[in-house]
Design a binder for this molecule. Sequence first.
Ligand code: AQP
Length: 338
Amino acid sequence: MTHKPLVLSGMQPTNTLHLGNYLGALKNWVRMQEEMPCLFCVVDMHALTQDSGYALPEALTRATREVAAAYIAAGVDPAHTPIFNQSRVPEHGELAWIFNCVARLGWLDRMTQFKEKSGKHKERASVGLYTYPVLMAADILVYKATHVPVGEDQKQHLELARDIAAKFNNDFGAPDFFPQPEPVITGTATRVMSLRDGAKKMSKTDESDASRINLTDDADAIAGKIKRAKSDSFPLPASKEDLKDRPEAENLFNIYAALAEQDRDSVIAQFAGQQFSGFKTALADLTVAKLGPITAEMRRLLADPAEIDRILKNGADKARALAAPIMDEVKKRVGFIV
Ligand code: AQP
């Protein structure tokens, strides 16, 4: 059996989205919805696995609406592509439980993101953080999604989803029941690094707000953050070799190239011989020009939270209509009386 192409992806409402989420993921989603049917969720259940998402109910609700507003403002069309919050489709959690019983402890023990996110005190991390990749497998497979746009850091989790699908198919006598979801690594996706440390990725949950450009930042905030972004005391590069061992400068050039949709060499050539301050001003202007319309649209949408909630409910209804029959079949296969 061949499975119908379907894209599934989601972002965690652990905070408002930032430039990295936009350039690394969201911008590509907008293009992908033209190429294949897509489902985009706001993974609020995943957000609960982290301290930043837990025990701050109002913050989680606000961030969920902000993430949904960012999807729409960036160009995902909810009339065409369902946008919904994960917890509204209970089949995600139901399938995750069954997958918890399919996945093996040894598989999860190998997940590097748990090691990174739990840090030195893994015994204090939530059990949810540990089984996060199992819920992610359920998010994908509850729709039999075939394609998943992922960053490099999520590739290992997608491998796990493939292993879970294969073991379920094998154990429950249904060789082609779940597809083997494929990663979609877009060649042009940019890994945006922190503005304070070129070795760390820009992250929603970095303690320093100055480390990231939020999609809700206004022009002054953007200009200020770029002006104060860590750089170095060397002259601007004249060639890409000059960026070697200069992660902060490299990051700023990558951001410029991604926003301007230019290759990095041509950006280097454009600014060669100039001062860092001039380059930063040009980068700030470009960032404001590209993000300004998205920020303005997000503000407009967020002024009417009831409308965002309506879009999320509508998206969830469409998603449930796809997930429910698949989940029924899963339950029958494992022996539950439905
Ligand atoms: N810095 C980044 N550069 C490029 N892409 C990025 N993504 C995240 N950070 C960058 C991509 O955005 C999507 C969001 O995934 P997520 O919400 O599951 O969270 P994450 O990958 O863990 O990203 P964050 O922003 O760092 O969130 P927190 O702090 O909550 O963990 C993914 O497609 C990711 O690749």
